[in-house]
Design a protein around this ligand. Structure first.
Ligand code: GLC
Length: 445
């Protein structure tokens, strides 16, 4: 059994850590401008102009079943959809605002279609819900708000009632957590309470309430979380309400060690990453990740005990564009043959010394060790800490034997700078196996 002790929280995180890999879906009106989901804030777009996207939201090629099939093929086991992003537009049928999908030309509850489709493919269901809301009339104007630099911004802000907005969120969360069956994850986003930092933000004005940001107190986060847990016992909740909950969420960077809470305890965590930089569909973005980078993000994350949720941003017509499809296919291809080193795996026990150019994972039951050859070595791979544990080794992608010798003795004594009784030397073919990152599966005693 893995020896790592992970902080226990109210949510049911065991399945989550086992499954390791999910799909994030960012879909909303911002798919139409197609230049970042923050476009309303970045460009300070006025309400009436942004409304054009609402009036034209008609993703006629939207087929959540196709998204679900692609996710499943990629080896993803759960998904999280933006039921509402910062723009405030709701993808679900809600009675608390007209600013929802039912009143667009599309006219169907997209959250329902998503839930049905992903459930049918056997994936677990998550809802992203933005705490930030750039449409709601009671959301106080702050450093990110599109109206922050309006001449009369302060006057516009004056009568906004944060308490009413917090109630609105609870009402909607209740709709989401009662109307769609079992929901496995609730992903709130996000808090920005550091007043010192907020003051240096170009969007800051001295009249802004709460130091230009918002934290747990303004979201009334304790109540919000209590409600969510009452309606969906076992639901996994992220930490972005500014309260520590079940899930820690490093974004768009690769942690180099297991994420910890404030007291240094290991926690359940999930890196969220994009294919190309933005979360919403961004037509002209050029920073699409290479196949190696995509696969390595997953490996690196699991090798330090985390999950990866990889994002897609459907186009304004609702389909996943060719670049997203290609990226998902990379995962599908790799996971088809190598997923055993991901599901049910975690950081390898510290006794196993990671050879240069590789990353390790180990099955939770401790019986198998996985060496991911991120840099394919020539002829030999040397590893310490394994000699008295190794029983057999094979490539994971085709179960072909990987012969090994132990110690620096015999006719292998010359090749390595290294030797010793605890040295295992794997003998590798000159030609790299036909998979982006080959994996050696070691069966342990
Ligand atoms: C953010 C962003 C955002 C994205 C996300 C996902 O901080 O504001 O657009 O939804 O988190 O992690």
């Amino acid at each position: 059994m893995s020896s790592y002790l992970i902080r226990k929280t109210p949510g049911d995180t065991e399945w989550f850590r086992h499954d390791r890999f999910g799909m994030f879906i960012h879909f909303g009106l911002y798919a139409l401008p197609a230049r970042h989901e923050w476009v309303k804030s970045y460009e300070k777009i006025p309400e009436d102009k942004y409304n054009t996207y609402f009036e034209n939201f008609d993703p006629d090629l939207c087929d959540p079943r196709a998204w679900a099939r692609a996710a499943k093929a990629a080896g993803m086991k759960y998904a999280v959809l933006t039921t509402k992003h910062h723009e405030g537009f709701c993808l679900f049928d809600t009675k608390y605002t007209d600013y929802n999908v039912m009143n667009t030309p599309y006219g169907r509850d997209l959250v329902r279609e998503y839930v049905d489709a992903f459930r049918a493919e056997g994936l677990k269901i998550g809802f992203y819900y933005s705490l930030i809301d750039w449409h709601h009339p009671d959301f106080p104007i702050d450093i990110y708000h599109p109206r922050r630099d309006d001449e009369n911004a302060e006057a516009q802000d004056k009568d906004r009632d944060m308490h009413k907005y917090a109630q609105y969120m609870r009402n909607q969360v209740e709709e989401l957590l009662t109307g769609y069956g079992k929901i496995d994850i609730m992903w709130f986003d996000f808090s920005y309470g550091d007043e010192d930092q907020n003051k240096t933000n170009p969007g800051y004005h001295s009249w802004m309430r709460y130091g230009g940001g918002k934290t747990a107190a303004q979201w009334e986060a304790e109540e919000l979380l209590k409600l969510a847990r009452k309606l969906q016992p076992g639901i996994i909740i992220d930490n972005r309400t500014d309260l520590e909950a079940d899930l820690w969420t490093p974004e768009q960077f690769q942690p180099s060690k297991w994420v910890t809470d404030r007291d240094g305890n290991l926690v359940t965590w999930e890196a969220c990453q994009t294919f190309s930089g933005s979360w919403g569909y961004f037509r002209d973005e050029q920073t699409w990740k290479s196949p190696e980078m995509l696969i390595n993000l997953l490996i690196n994350t699991v090798s330090i005990g985390g999950n990866l949720i990889m994002n897609v941003g459907p186009t304004g017509r609702g389909y996943l564009d060719y670049r997203a499809e290609a990226a998902l296919k990379e995962y599908a291809e790799w996971m088809k043959y190598n997923s055993r080193s991901i599901y049910g795996c975690t950081m390898a026990e510290p006794e196993f010394k990671t050879p240069q150019g590789t990353r390790l994972t180990q099955s939770e039951d401790g019986k198998r060790l996985y060496i991911h050859l991120q840099e394919y070595p020539f002829a030999f791979l040397e590893m310490h800490g394994l000699a008295d544990k190794i029983r057999y080794a094979q490539f994971l992608n085709d179960a072909s034997e990987v012969p090994f010798t132990i110690g620096g003795s015999g006719h292998f004594s010359n090749f390595g700078a290294d030797s010793g009784d605890d040295l295992v030397v794997f003998h590798l073919p000159a030609v790299k196996p036909h998979t982006v990152v080959p994996v050696i599966e070691v069966l342990l005693k």
